[in-house]
Design a protein around this ligand. Structure first.
Ligand code: ATR
Length: 273
């Protein structure tokens, strides 16, 4: 029997997840269907319950429901609880398991696809919202030499540092305090670029040979990547690999089979111009 999965968000029409999971299912011979469901803004839980009642086995969850997905679960993972957000649910009888694979997807993309070992690296995350929160623990587990968070509202970066104090020694600041510092991996986890805005970053922020990584995907050269390029950074990446890698984690969690990601990443990649 075909097992049913879906991605739930609002809006959802832009989602690449059905395409990604269809490719994984074909490559691994798994008999699944995977659809996109737009839940009303006030109707996340009702939508999930209805999908479950119809025999759904699991869902991915995207904006703006990741926080609610974590609350909805009876068994959230440590990663989901610490992030306060989940992007994948698995239904198992009465139990609802929740995971957050965004961070591990990012780490796998950086290390396995981009050849950037995080152990001993100086890593900076820009932004202190949900995207950063989800990425911190998986990055910290790799043992970077420095793990820093900088945010427009410095207080939010400091609050994150306190929340993660038992798990990681975070350096927290506003952007103006970054002067004189240099990082090997700089990750944009803000939504500033969506409105075309650049961040007030010093050019000296990027160490020689640094990688600039924007979590946004499919937009070509974002304002952040353009800024990094202007500062002399040659290694530029958008978030398409993170997207596909988190999907592979969810697929493996649901199905017990790990799909390859390279071909799917190549197919969804758009040139950074
Ligand atoms: P997400 O879940 O995608 O992380 P979020 O929780 O709303 O979204 O967080 C958005 C992040 O982008 C925040 O770090 C926000 O900075 P503030 O905390 O100071 O608001 C950041 N951001 C959004 N627009 C920005 C801009 N124009 N300049 C700088 N930072 C911006």
């Amino acid at each position: 029997m075909t097992d049913r999965y879906a991605v739930i968000g609002h809006p959802i029409s832009h989602s690449k997840s059905p395409q990604i999971h269809a490719a994984f299912a074909q490559a691994t011979g798994q008999d699944i269907s995977y659809t996109a469901i737009e839940a009303p803004l006030e109707g996340f839980a009702t939508t999930v319950q209805a999908f479950r009642a119809q025999g759904g086995r699991g869902v991915n969850v995207t904006l703006p429901f990741k926080l609610q997905a974590c609350e909805f679960a009876s068994h959230p993972s440590d990663a989901a609880r610490l992030a306060g957000a989940a992007n994948a649910l698995k239904f198992d009888g009465e139990r609802v398991w929740a995971e957050n694979f965004d961070g591990v997807g990012l780490v796998n993309d950086l290390q396995n696809n981009r050849g950037r070992a995080l152990k001993g690296a100086r890593v900076l995350l820009l932004g202190a919202g949900g995207a950063t929160r989800g990425a911190l623990l998986p990055i910290a587990l790799q043992g970077p030499a420095v793990l820093a968070v900088a945010n427009r509202t410095a207080d939010k970066a400091h609050a994150l540092r306190r929340d993660f104090v038992a798990h990681a020694a975070l350096q927290a600041s506003g952007y103006d305090e970054l002067a004189g510092e240099a990082f090997d991996v700089v990750i944009n986890a803000t939504s500033a670029g969506l409105s075309g805005e650049a961040l007030p970053l010093p050019a000296s922020l990027f160490a020689p040979g640094a990688l600039a990584y924007d979590m946004v995907y499919g937009k070509g050269l974002t304002p952040f990547l353009r800024q990094a390029q202007a500062a002399g950074v040659a290694a530029l990446a958008d978030g398409v690999g993170m997207l596909v890698e988190q999907a592979a984690e969810a697929f493996a969690w649901w199905r017990g089979v790990r799909p390859g990601t390279r071909e799917v990443i190549a197919r969804l990649s758009v040139p950074l111009v």
